[in-house]
Design a protein around this ligand. Structure first.
Ligand SMILES: [Zn+2]
Length: 328
């Protein structure tokens, strides 16, 4: 019996949730945690279809009427909710005992559960307590630690795993109709942190263009601060004067650049988190000492801290340049 054949990676979930479904031992509530784009909703859909599909060889078969409806969000018995208000959750609770429309089970998928406040989570807890036997819940969240322990203890926690870059690359090459240059695709994938959903979303040309601009800006900014180029600090300061969050993103990306520059000094084959080419990282790294790279990391981490406690943008950038100059 094949389970979740179309799910890429996530063997841990195939093994736990998949085996439970094959053996008809699935629980009434699962928390699926992981970053956006990591397949959390796909897993909820596949599991719902697998529970309801009657195929004997592959669950879900993906082609029967039930599978087709569930996998296309067109089944009245598998519903998705963005219910963060107590009243919404109470209304949902009233529907628990309504009979199913077309399937054996009713599935309630709650999106973005980490956004629920304590009152809403307590209301949700009442929903999870002793539901009818034919009801299954999937609670989707980034991080289950944002949920009350009383909710966590009533559900099995499943964590989506980041995919290997090669796996995402092969998937896009074999399944996407979008024509994209391999170098650009690799840049998107390395920015995705193992997220297939993010990668597919970024195949949109306008989104990809802004990502490439941000990456290029982070690369140039990092190289300029390593070269003690104070003009660059002034330029960045004027660009981000009114956009502190964007500046924080630039700093975070710059930390990834610096991490790669440091790590290639240790090992030429280390896996990188910014550069798509080992040679590019090595070429830049060879122009700077490890001491200088580490000083830059510390300076940017301090600047991120400063911005979080409301330091001005010019002040944060001046501090970076001063620390790097002092440290070199
Ligand atoms: Zn089916």
């Amino acid at each position: 019996m094949q389970i979740f054949k179309s799910l890429i990676g996530n063997e841990n979930i195939k093994n736990t949730l998949g085996s439970a479904i094959i053996n008809s031992e699935f629980l009434h509530a699962y928390i699926i945690e992981g970053p956006r784009g990591s397949g959390r909703h796909t897993i909820a859909r596949l599991a719902s279809a697998a529970i309801m599909c009657k195929d004997k060889n592959s669950l879900p078969c993906g082609i029967c009427n039930t599978c087709h409806k569930i996998l296309n969000d067109n089944c009245a018995d598998v519903r998705f909710f963005d219910a963060f208000k107590v009243d919404d959750i109470r209304k949902i609770k009233e529907t628990l005992y309504e009979s199913t429309t077309e399937c054996e089970y009713k599935v309630y998928v709650f999106n973005d559960c980490e956004k629920m406040n304590v009152a809403s989570q307590n209301a949700l807890l009442l929903v999870l307590e002793e539901p009818p036997k034919n009801v299954i819940f999937f609670l989707i969240c980034n991080d289950s630690s944002a949920l009350l322990e009383t909710i966590r203890s009533r559900a099995q926690i499943l964590r989506t795993m980041p995919l290997e870059n090669d796996v995402i690359f092969d998937y896009v090459k074999n399944n996407s109709r979008v024509q994209i240059d391999e170098k650009r695709l690799k840049e998107i994938i390395i920015s995705s942190r193992g997220s297939l959903g993010y990668t597919l979303d970024m195949l949109d040309e306008s989104k990809a263009d802004s990502l490439f601009k941000e990456r290029e800006r982070a690369r140039v900014f990092t190289e300029n601060i390593l070269n003690n180029d104070t003009e660059c600090a002034r330029l960045i300061s004027s660009m981000f004067q009114t956009s502190r969050d964007k500046l924080k993103e630039l700093f975070s990306m710059s930390l990834n650049v610096l991490r790669d520059l440091a790590i290639v000094k240790k090992s030429r084959n280390a896996s990188l988190c910014f550069y798509t080419s080992q040679n590019d990282a090595l070429a830049t790294s060879s122009r700077h000492s490890i001491k200088k790279i580490i000083t830059a990391v510390e300076a940017i981490e301090n600047a991120l801290y400063d911005l979080n406690v409301n330091a001005s943008v010019p002040c944060a950038l001046t501090n970076i340049m001063t620390q790097i100059k002092k440290g070199s």
